[in-house]
Design a protein around this ligand. Structure first.
Ligand code: 13P
Length: 248
């Protein structure tokens, strides 16, 4: 298989120790025969419990952000090595909510991505356009810029995961159509080929994210360039297992 499908959950700022443990325990038997890689990106404070609960299963645990420095005077921040120490294998970088509410820029996305790679954590780098950017025909320009600047200095783009998350589809119940998602994801692969090398772009895992759920996952996953999903709301319930088992 050139690209193993990859379904990841983004719990965002949800769940408690008890509810996290319960959901992971319930998901374990339901996802154990998955043909894709499976990950849950949980709030930082829940990482230790989530790693413990997922132990011995095929569920990997990820973080939702990473600081670019190894250590130092950065109050409130968490370094890649600290996350790695707890068994974190993936980290979402540059989610649109971080770009929108927390001043994330392509430059900081780049620094975080390089820090993750340096520590052996696979970054899930998020890109995507807003509704007005789409309506103004700027989607490809925006994504080109996010890729060119956000991924500067990476030697092999197949070492990361990219999540295409159109901002207008996140948490809105408004999914991109299969064709819209495929078109932009194909553009991302073509651009990655141009910026890096066509061979690594062919191996690059690209997820779709934005109101992906148990009902629409099959159609999205059937698209030739879509290799997985980054699931928000539906990852907080057992529906996540249905998405993971989209091919059954
Ligand atoms: P929803 O699935 O809730 O739309 O969220 C998508 C997302 O932002 C995943 O990172």
């Amino acid at each position: 298989m050139l690209r193993k499908p990859f379904i990841a959950g983004n719990w965002k700022m949800n769940m408690t120790v008890a509810s996290a443990k319960k959901l992971i325990e319930e998901l374990k038997p339901l996802v154990k025969d998955a043909n894709c890689d499976v990950c849950l990106c949980v709030p930082a404070v829940l990482i230790p419990e989530a790693v413990k609960a997922a132990q011995g299963s095929n569920i990997k645990i990820g973080a939702q952000n990473i600081h670019w420095s190894a250590s130092g005077a950065y109050t409130g921040e968490i370094s890649a090595d600290m996350l790695k120490d707890y068994g974190v294998q993936y980290a979402i970088i540059g989610h649109s909510e971080r770009r929108q509410y927390f001043g994330e820029t392509d430059e900081t996305v780049n620094k975080r991505t390089l820090a993750a790679l340096n520590s052996g954590i696979t970054p899930i780098v998020c890109v995507g356009e807003t509704l007005s950017e789409r309506e103004n025909g700027e989607t490809e320009n925006v994504i080109y810029r996010q890729l060119e600047q956000g991924l500067k200095g990476i030697d092999d783009v197949s070492k990361i995961v990219i999540a295409y998350e159109p901002v207008w589809a996140i948490g809105t119940g408004k999914t991109a159509t299969d064709a819209q998602a495929q078109e932009t994801v194909a553009f991302i692969r073509k651009t990655a080929g141009k910026l890096f090398c066509p061979k690594c772009a062919e191996k690059l895992i690209i997820q779709y994210g934005g109101s992906m759920n148990a009902g629409n996952c099959k159609g999205l996953m059937a698209q030739p360039d879509i290799d997985g999903g980054l699931i928000g709301g539906a990852s907080l319930k057992l529906d996540f297992a249905t998405i993971v088992n989209y091919d059954k």
